[in-house]
Design a protein around this ligand. Structure first.
Ligand SMILES: O=C[C@H](O)COP(=O)(O)O
Length: 251
């Protein structure tokens, strides 16, 4: 069934001690709440084990921010999907635009990462989205369609059903410039139609599609109120427990 989800992406922020303190604060606040959405935090790989120990797993899921496109072996510095799984994380963020832009990730490598994540029983939070020039040229639909087709269309419908999508217009990430609720709804509905055409209406209806890009407590509700927006992937505002909880409370 389609889930509402608020996922944080801490990116490369917080030392281990600061991260554990943030996770602990969040855990404490959520202990007395019953959120109307699943809550996930995407933390640096070095923090996963301690954060998993810190939070109530029934309330907060933990995500890695990446995994390797190889199973194991001589790939210095890489972290495999099996290693991520062994830390206790349940999710992995894949294809974030920062990984695509700064670390050369392509739809082809993301296809391999997705397969390994699924094989290791991790839930991918798979990011797609257009850059500003593409939006200005009105190419956003074809960009996100190609990202989904090239990295995910080889999957069976059952495998695809395990994926969470995150639509993040790159021009809205960390810029304070948020997509309007209408822009978000329009492209989320389009993404769902792309999924329906390939995997059928049931899979499409059950896929959670999150919005990411300058989402904060003050604009979360108007974004999440749209029928095809099932939550958010939150960067900056996930670094303060109060702000992150403000977004969770938008549901
Ligand atoms: O993964 C999260 C997104 O990149 C959004 O980041 P932001 O909320 O700081 O704009």
């Amino acid at each position: 069934m389609r889930q509402n989800i608020v996922a944080g992406n801490w990116k490369m922020n917080k030392t281990l001690q600061e991260g554990v303190a943030l996770a602990s604060e969040l855990n404490k606040i959520l202990a007395s709440k019953k959120p109307n959405c699943d809550v996930v935090i995407g933390v640096p790989a070095t923090h996963i084990t301690e954060v998993v120990k810190t939070v109530d797993k029934n309330k907060i899921g933990v995500a890695a921010q990446n995994c390797a496109n190889k199973e194991s072996g001589a790939y210095t510095g890489e972290i495999s999907a099996a290693m991520v799984k062994s830390t206790g994380a349940g999710y992995v963020i894949l294809g974030h635009s920062e990984r695509r832009e700064y670390f050369g990730e392509t739809n082809e490598t993301l296809k391999e990462k997705t397969d390994l994540a699924l094989a290791n029983d991790l839930t991918p939070i798979f990011c797609i989205g257009e850059v500003l020039e593409e939006r200005e040229a009105n190419q956003q639909n074809q960009v996100v369609k190609a990202q989904i087709e090239e990295a995910l269309f080889h999957l069976s419908a059952d495998a695809f059903a395990k994926i969470i999508l995150a639509y993040e217009p790159v021009w809205a990430i960390g810029t304070g410039k948020v997509a309007t609720p209408e822009q978000a709804q329009e492209i989320h509905a389009y993404i769902r139609s792309v999924i329906a055409d390939k995997f059928g209406a049931e899979v499409a209806n059950n896929t959670s599609i999150l919005y990411g890009g300058s989402c904060k407590p003050s604009n979360a509700k108007e974004l999440f109120d749209n029928p095809d927006v099932d939550g958010g992937l939150i960067g900056g505002a996930s670094l303060k427990a109060e702000d992150f909880v403000g977004i969770i409370d938008a549901f």
